[in-house]
Write a protein that binds this ligand. Sequence first.
Ligand code: MG
Ligand code: ZN
Length: 220
Amino acid sequence: MAKIVIAKKVLEANDNIAARIRDRFREGGISAIDIMGSPGSGKTSVIERTIERLKDEIGIAVIGGDLATSLDADRLAKYDIPVVQINTGTCHLTAYMIEQGLEELDLDGVGLLIIENVGNLICPAGFDLGQDRKVLISSVPEGDDKPLKHPLMMRICQAILINKMDLINFVDFDTDKFKRDALNINPEVQFFEVSARIGEGIEDWTNWLRKQMSKDEIKS
Ligand code: MG
Ligand code: ZN
């Protein structure tokens, strides 16, 4: 029983910080997305393609969470945008870590903050980071059973990028089943079939993102 009380308090504290971050983003005219997915699903590759498409029209910054190393931040350094890598030491980012990361970022002129969560389909779904939308990267080699196995993740996502579509003929992945199962849990979720490696389908995704971000501006 005590353990349940503590877990609830941790999440409440997280939500309070997330609300503070969200206020700050609204005031600063910043839209934030939390990119989640398994290790190797292609989160960093999707972020790279997204930066390439949008960087000329909007200021972008990245906060990356990884258990260890700065490998992803090193990959993103070539875009000459503000990047902070957080070594979480744990399997998800928390709002507190985002707040710490924001201290290190120059957000002047930034309109889009991309958060790359730790590779994990479980707890990142449970932690509000003050983002405007949560986005799942699910790659076809992982299998089409992810919606059924990770219902919370399905419920809290606004968009799912089905990545590595260039491999679809080499793996058993039923795209229709994946979408059907996800829609059963979250009828609002948007799908984008992409291959971040070769840049396919990225335009549809960034068009959607741009449209969503314009709604954030109206709110503020
Ligand atoms: Mg990565
Ligand atoms: Zn975790």
